[in-house]
Design a protein around this ligand. Sequence first.
Ligand code: 48F
Length: 262
Amino acid sequence: DSIKIKAIDEVKISRYIIKQTMEDWMNFVENDVVIVGAGPAGMSAAYYLAKHGLKTLVFERRLSFGGGIGGGAMLFHKLVIESPADEVLKEMNIRLEKVEDGVYIVDSAEFMAKLAASAIDAGAKIIHGVTVDDVIFRENPLRVAGVAVEWTATQMAGLHVDPVFISAKAVVDATGHDAEVVAVASRKIPELGIVIPGERSAYSEMAEKLTVEQTGVVAPGLYVAGMSVTEVRGLPRMGPIFGSMVLSGKKVAEDIIKDLRN
Ligand code: 48F
């Protein structure tokens, strides 16, 4: 018996793809939360926000998940996780190897794949190949109310194309070291009074603790999580230990859930 492959022509293939994509975009013009960046912090945040039932959209510039997870440390494909972040990873069925009390090693490929799968299964929407290059703001009360997005490919080509705007009750900068979203808000909405001191050199144990503690709101409607916290709050970097990234994502989700309830 030969395998019976369903016959479908190119016109139908195109129609289905275009229709379903546009339906998604129509739906995701308005959101509870927009997260910028699908690194460890952004995806952890997406997991907890979506699990709570909030409409959560993640924009990721690249065509992949994981941000800084993929390369491991200097391309060594293992990363360090410390307690209590191990509990979050266990919840996502990510395997950990214990090397001492409260210290675990995680495989980078498994970490990024399962983090993404967990966020998606919880109900978060992740759209690849889109760069956030600005925010929307409102006065009375002064707040960030969404983002401006452009195809990453359009930006790379240097084409002069206007963005589209996507609204959100909360925007999370989870863009990593450069804190791109907070940086643009600081520069283009001076009345928010955001001053960015910049990241400091490595001091891992201090950085892990402070990054989680100082995760949260930067201006009304604008939140920061992950490595962006070190840039925005002037904290040291920590290198290839990832507990704080996951816990920062979890904390920003908890803060937003609380704020949106009020
Ligand atoms: O850099 P990234 O992994 O940030 P993170 O979640 O985690 C940091 C660690 O990976 C590592 C570390 C931990 O000790 O030192 O650096 O804070 O992920 C950020 C993601 O955001 C995307 C970028 O491609 C990456 O996948 N991104 C950055 N800017 C934009 C963006 C933007 N303007 N629009 C869309 N995506």
